[in-house]
Design a binder for this molecule. Structure first.
Ligand code: CDP
Length: 214
């Protein structure tokens, strides 16, 4: 089986930036699995339906097309909320499982999400669980959001994020949870470069790869 690197963790912990850089450094494809749930959430909203409606959410997941992942409206509070609601529907998760596994099996991959190391690829040779304090994560997401919405407040971002993390951790199917064999990496106080260097050395050690000179 080609190399699979699982990168899980709560909202805005820095998984995406880290996973993308790891993929580039290791010459592996990258999949942001959150985009799948975001796109399903958007399809449900397009229908004027409630993302927590299990039947509609599952039917949207079953007709998800690759082009849906290119939509420009997959980020922001409405998409965050819709994604975490459809993500709690077991039929949605089942519908997205094969796509994620096929993607990884073809050439190996770095995948980031919530359940990559526990459900999607439980045998992945490297699993990282990326965390940071709720305040540090909320500050990062707030700064991103300010560019689009200058009226966004840190308090609102922090409370919406706490609600989403609680929903992701409490759902009965594939809850957000570090795999027993995951390495925890706390990125509070680390910039993107420092987090990447730590993650890369963990990955190299786990895969038995020698460090290559920069
Ligand atoms: O970027 P951020 O960490 O805020 O979110 P994301 O990774 O894009 O994920 C958005 C939502 O999709 C999460 O809040 C989860 O509810 C859901 N998700 C999931 O359930 N399982 C995954 N493997 C990835 C995302």
């Amino acid at each position: 089986m080609p190399h699979i690197i699982a990168v899980d963790g709560p909202a805005a912990a820095g998984k995406g930036t880290l996973a993308r850089r790891l993929a580039a450094a290791l010459d592996l494809p990258y999949l942001d699995t959150g985009l799948l749930y975001r796109a399903v959430g958007r399809l449900v909203l397009d229908e004027g339906a409630d993302p927590a409606d299990a039947a509609i959410a599952e039917s949207c997941a079953r007709r998800l097309q690759p082009s849906d992942l290119d939509r420009a409206d997959l980020r922001g509070p409405a998409a965050d909320h819709a994604a975490s609601n459809v993500a709690a529907v077991p039929g949605v998760r089942a519908a997205l499982l094969d796509f994620q596994r096929d993607f990884g099996r073809r050439h190996g991959a770095v995948l980031d999400g919530r359940d990559i190391g526990t459900v999607v690829f439980p045998n992945a040779p490297v699993k990282l669980f990326i965390t940071a304090t709720p305040r540090a994560r909320a500050e990062r997401r707030w700064r991103e959001l300010l560019a689009k919405d200058p009226s966004a407040t840190l308090e609102a971002v922090e409370s919406e994020m706490a609600a989403r993390d609680a929903r992701d951790a409490a759902r009965s199917t594939a809850p957000m949870l570090p795999a027993a064999d995951a390495v925890l990496l706390d990125t509070t106080g680390l910039d993107a470069e420092a987090a990447f260097q730590r993650a890369l050395s963990i990955v190299r050690e786990r895969l038995g790869l020698a460090a290559t000179p920069a």
